[in-house]
Ligand binder design. Structure first.
Ligand code: AMP
Ligand code: ZN
Length: 470
């Protein structure tokens, strides 16, 4: 497997350090609101990486994806509503779990909350280790990391150190590169804020120490194999994670750093602070299917920006339909013969698909291979070159593709939950349109009501009729 490593700015061969188990940490959601589809672009691409390592390469996975449930934003949100922090974050954790299931993300081995007791203790212990090693100072009851004590500071983000003001410090969790300063590890208790006293004095952790401590607690010794997140985390979050972890343990923290590019909305990053967001739930409520959204999110290479639009989502739906139609067509193949040429084409496509995935997770290329094969095999079926023994080989190939991509399994689950196969719904929608064109509104309404009784709601829009689950 070849993977781009942000640390070296190069594509390198990847295998887990012990040759067997990939120890991976992915920065999870800050649970102060429901995650948006930009967040889920990162999580879905990392899910494909996980699946590729697990199902394609055969490695075991030990993956941690945390919930950031204590930071400036979560504390502010809980205070605004006047509820305890954990109660406030609970609902967004639940929403994340629902959306992750909806998008077909494989559950990871560990989903810790930062405020779990053992994690808080690990954070405090790490701050204590940094104090012992001479990397900190205290000011107004807070503890800061002194970046001048860590010469490698800035290596990940290629920071120009000339702008750093020695001695200046910053308390905020998020800040820009031009504000590179000594950053806060443990914040002094403030009125009305939650506080913990676990060895370094009363206060609460800064955002960056949370991930360092959880990664090392749950994945054991450094270096871990992969640390991942969206590109916006390179600075300061991941830069600070490296400084903290390496200054505390005197060992390299992570071997590979993997960063997913942004999902854009009208040419700018989709982000909660700009308000240009859609959640997974909102996309589905507009009558789209999660399988199409998943397809869209993985259809562009993870290191390229991806522009979100409703047209591209409709195109993703169309692609999914082509794929599902082809798989359904296989059911009707009746002849018994095996065709060596067909089997060979399938074998070649499997090879090509694997090469694409192993080439820095080229999902766009892998989907290209898959749809070329659909086209070739559709023609082969037309020409009588596919028999039942070939169908078994073809199905096996598409199953192996889908273990990595996770789109067909998701689509099938949606259809099962709908209780009505998508193809049947589409057929009934077309029949209803015909009826309405003939001005047979009774028949049209009858179809709509019958689908409603089976949990399918139709919506007539200028662009056509859409359906969704009740
Ligand atoms: P946050 O909750 O802000 O900590 O973000 C959770 C994850 O989503 C991080 O890995 C971010 O880098 C990622 N992320 C945030 N916005 C986007 C976006 N527009 N496109 C892709 N990933 C994003
Ligand atoms: Zn993190």
């Amino acid at each position: 497997m070849r993977l781009y490593n942000t640390l070296t700015r190069q594509i390198e061969d990847f295998a887990p350090g012990d040759g067997e188990t990939v120890r991976m940490y992915a920065c999870g959601l800050t649970v102060y609101s429901r995650g948006h589809i930009g967040n889920f672009r990162t999580f879905t691409c990392l899910d494909v990486l996980r699946r590729a390592l697990r199902h394609h390469k055969g490695f075991r996975m030990r993956e941690v994806m945390n919930y950031t449930d204590v930071d400036d934003k979560t504390i502010a949100g809980a205070a605004r509503e006047g509820v305890p922090l954990r109660d406030y974050t609970d609902r967004f954790i639940q929403a994340f779990a629902d959306d992750a299931t909806t998008l077909g993300l494989e559950p990871v081995e560990e989903s810790p909350r930062a405020t779990d007791e053992a994690n808080m203790q690990a954070m405090s212990d790490m701050v204590a280790a940094l104090e012992r090693n001479g990397h900190t100072y205290r000011s107004d009851g807070s503890i800061y990391f002194k970046i001048s004590t860590f010469p490698a500071y800035g290596r990940l983000s290629k920071l120009d150190e000339s702008g750093i003001k020695p001695g200046a410090r910053i308390d905020a969790d998020s800040y820009d590169k031009q504000d590179a300063r000594d950053f806060v590890l443990w914040k002094a208790t403030r009125d009305g804020e939650p506080t913990w006293d676990l060895g370094v004095g009363p206060g609460r952790p800064g955002w960056h120490i949370e991930c360092s401590a959880m990664a090392l607690r749950l994945l054991d010794h450094p270096p871990i194999d992969i640390h991942a997140g969206g590109v916006d985390l390179i600075f300061p979050h991941h830069e600070n994670e490296i400084a903290q972890s390496e200054a505390a343990t005197a060992k390299p923290f992570a071997r590979f750093w993997v960063h997913v590019e942004h999902l854009l909305m009208d040419d700018t990053k989709m982000s909660k602070s700009l308000g240009n967001i859609f959640t997974v739930r909102e996309v589905i409520d507009r009558g789209h299917r999660a399988s199409a959204l998943r397809y869209l999110l993985i259809s562009t290479h993870y290191r390229k920006r991806l522009k979100f639009s409703w047209e591209s989502l409709a195109q993703a739906e169309e692609a999914m339909r082509r794929l599902m139609d082809f798989l359904a067509r296989l059911d009707n193949v009746a002849s018994q013969g095996a065709h060596a040429r067909t089997a060979q084409r399938v074998a070649e496509a499997r090879q090509a698909f694997g090469s694409m995935i192993e080439d820095d997770l080229n999902t766009a290329g892998a989907l290209g291979v898959l749809f070329d094969l659909v086209r070739t095999l559709n023609s082969a079926i037309d020409g009588g070159d596919v028999g039942k023994p070939d169908v078994a080989t073809i199905r096996e190939a598409f199953e192996s593709f889908d273990r990595v991509l996770g789109i067909v399994a998701l689509r099938r689950r949606e259809e099962q939950q709908a209780g009505v196969p998508a193809a049947e719904i589409e057929r009934l929608i077309a029949e209803r349109q015909d009826a309405r064109r003939r001005r047979d509104f009774r028949r049209g309404d009858e179809i709509r009501d019958r689908l409603a009784a089976r949990g399918i709601i139709l919506e007539d829009t200028p662009g056509g009729t859409r359906w969704k689950l009740k």
